[in-house]
Design a protein around this ligand. Sequence first.
Ligand code: 1GP
Length: 241
Amino acid sequence: MMGIYKDILQKPQGNNKLLAVLIDPDKTSVDNIKYLFKKINTSIATHIFVGGSEVEEHLTEKLVIEIKTYTNLPVILFPGDVSQITDKANGILFLSLISGRNPDYLIGKHVEAVSKLSKANIEIIPTGYILIENGKQTSVERVSKTQPMLRNDFEAIKKTAKAGELLGMKLIYLEAGSGAKHAVDSVIISEVKEILNIPLIVGGGIRSKQQIESAYDSGADIVVIGTAFEENENFFEELKK
Ligand code: 1GP
């Protein structure tokens, strides 16, 4: 299944809202996938992201295989580490943590990933990943040993996003962090969207339909939901097609 990025750019007519469900292999059991996807498949979800900051080796591949048994939605890796790369997925967000200054997450891990990616027939989507402070430390911060950007430093956030685009990245991901206390502010979303010519993903701490709508209204092309679903499997009842 190639063409994931093309579909994001074109967005199906009449549906300009893309919703990714983030499944963290560290928090989701393979045995639960069938049940979870009964709910996800009848919801407005359009993409499945799979990944986490700290995931045991081989867990991701098992989970991806199981997920693909129960859905036709594109399954896209959102890896916290090279060990999470598997050719069983349809695509991968090839993430550069451009809010940070740790060379491992700007180029080091990418070099390590090359031999796995060269053999895998999956769509690689270069993505500039920007972590924004949310009121508590996130696992991305801890694992990557980088500082998030200050929430009120709009100029720096905008310049960072634009620099990502100018470097050739195909998507920008504004991230407040999993389970964030404060989701990314709608003013930041709209100001970043205004200067970008590539699609914008927004995630972290989004827990209600109202917050999802507000992110779309501000300019998010894809909204990511992880924790809200992990904590309440009925959350997707509210998001029925
Ligand atoms: C985390 O943006 C994703 O990387 C989703 O965040 O778990 O808070 O929904 P939540």
